[in-house]
Ligand binder design. Structure first.
Ligand code: BG6
Length: 490
């Protein structure tokens, strides 16, 4: 692995403090960082290296720390004072990085800043030629959201493209760094017995649910302008959908994998604006109770305008027009302040073709389900029907748990894997621009429609599983939401 320098724009912000620096620290503790890797924090505050190191030392205090590793890690950190909007900051940064051999000439620029500044910073890096790969490689890491809608994503891409080649750009979707998400691919493509069943002939529908019990956690300033459709569906849940629905790639290299994902996104049936209400449902949380504690309504949270109709919940029905999936609904659902935090892919199979047990005590057979629980615990579960013990022919559901279903404390944070991949130059778990673009095309008609209908939004009590009105998306009456692994009703 090459030595390199991570230059973090927004080094004193939340993302750097909560995700990036702890991830780099854990990688260091695991002996995974190149020996001469350094981290340059770019920030506006008038801090010396030592002061920043003290701040980071404090923020890492919650992690298991070995004093020797901690000191080694802190010695990698340097603080560069600069203002993103100040022209003079960039030539000074270039000189600081390149004029001595303190730093490796391989540079990673990490944009842990407001998306509105992505274009500006990349332009400035280009102006001082920090984009040029002479004497070392240069990479740019872009955080979500990549644009605000289709049009702004295209314009951001054009602007980044003026300074950086596609091979230099790493668009992060941290869901792809989660081991449990990668396991969807292993589960599908390492188990031949599933392949014959994984299609429209046997699968009734697919649900992809991400629920959170948390609210906006001090991020309302960003969240109110985004909403759940942009924040979770356009990015993370559509990525999950591609992994569940894609064809096996020719191999696991970045281009083959991303080609297959794009094919799925391109096959999603466009939602005409007249059908938005039949395909998408939005709502906002009202006051309620979570884990015995009263929590306030979205509208009462700091920084949320009193007349906001920003959605904190979305349910969406998508159809994929290809041979494998034609007419199999994919239901995507996400919400904040729901009863529990959980992410799960639930696959419901069809009923057997003949009701063989009609004359018996088995009144209605329950369908098979495959449940891939992604967090908080990883679990693959199959629900099957077996005969109850006793003289009568009655059926009951039994569960086959196919992996470790407890909480696994050793799970790596998604960022750890992704930060290493950037050093390695491996794009497999990063988004290619056409993926982003097609994902925007899927949600754009809904965004446009909702932007116009601004006088009313449904609500759901905090601590519930969302508004019952969302059931209207189901194409058949026997379909219902699966919320968690323990959900017994089906
Ligand atoms: C982020 C969203 O991308 O993902 C947040 O901006 C959301 O609003 C988060 O809470 C969920 O990620 P995770 O890893 O906690 O499931």
């Amino acid at each position: 692995m090459d030595d390199c320098t991570y230059v973090i724009f927004g080094a004193t912000g939340n993302l750097a403090r909560i995700k990036l620096l702890p991830a780099l620290y854990h990688l260091d503790a695991a002996g995974r960082l190149p020996e001469r890797l350094k981290v340059v924090g770019f920030g506006r505050r008038d801090w010396e290296d030592e002061y920043w190191r003290d701040q980071v030392r404090e923020s890492l205090a919650g992690n298991p720390t070995d004093p020797e590793v901690l000191e080694r890690f802190l010695a990698r950190l340097f603080f560069f004072r600069g203002d993103l909007g100040e022209d003079a900051a960039y030539p000074a940064l270039r000189d600081y990085l390149l004029e001595s051999d303190r730093f490796s000439p391989n540079l990673i620029f990490y944009m842990a800043i407001r998306p509105a500044d992505f274009g500006l910073v990349s332009r400035q890096l280009g102006a001082v030629q920090l984009n040029r790969e002479d004497g070392g490689w240069r990479r740019l890491v872009i955080e979500k959201p990549f644009g605000y809608d289709l049009e702004s994503a295209e314009s951001l891409n054009r602007s980044l493209g003026k300074e950086f080649q596609e091979a230099q750009i790493f668009r992060i979707d941290h869901y792809l760094g989660k081991g449990t998400v990668q396991n969807v691919l292993v589960f599908r493509f390492a188990n031949l017995m599933l392949e014959p069943l994984w299609n429209r002939n046997y699968i009734d529908h697919v649900q992809i649910t991400h629920s959170e019990s948390l609210g906006t956690e001090g991020r309302a300033g960003y969240y109110d302008g985004a909403g759940a459709l942009r924040d979770m569906i356009q990015s993370h849940l559509l990525q999950l959908l591609t992994l569940v629905a894609m064809e096996p790639p020719a191999n696991l290299d970045a281009e083959s994998l991303r080609d297959e994902k794009v094919k799925v996104l391109r096959s999603i049936r466009p939602i005409p604006s007249s059908a938005v209400n039949a395909h998408a449902f939005r709502a906002q949380y009202a006051a309620g109770e979570i884990n015995g504690e009263k929590v306030s309504a979205y509208l009462d949270e700091p920084d949320v305008p009193k007349d906001s109709v920003t959605e904190t919940y979305v349910a969406l029905k998508l159809l994929i027009d290809n041979w494998r999936w034609r007419n199999v609904p994919f239901y995507l659902r996400t919400g904040k302040r729901m009863a529990k935090g959980n992410s799960m892919v639930s696959i419901r199979f069809k009923h057997p073709p003949q009701q063989l047990f009609r004359e018996t005590q088995i009144d209605r057979l329950k369908p098979n389900w495959i449940l891939l629980n992604l967090q908080p615990n990883e679990c693959i579960r199959m629900e099957m029907q077996v005969k109850q013990t006793g003289l009568e022919l009655r059926a009951e559901t039994t569960r086959l748990d196919a992996s470790y279903c407890g909480i696994n404390p050793g799970t790596l944070d998604a960022y750890e894997a992704l930060l290493l991949d950037v050093i390695d130059g491996d794009h497999s778990l990063f988004l290619r621009y056409d993926e982003v673009n097609w994902a925007w095309k899927v949600v754009d008609p809904i965004l446009k429609n909702w932007a116009m209908e601004r006088d009313y939004i449904h609500t759901y009590p905090s601590g519930s599983w969302g508004p019952p009105e969302a059931d209207r998306l189901f194409v058949r009456q026997d379909q219902r939401w699966r919320n968690t692994l323990e959900d017994e009703n089906d």
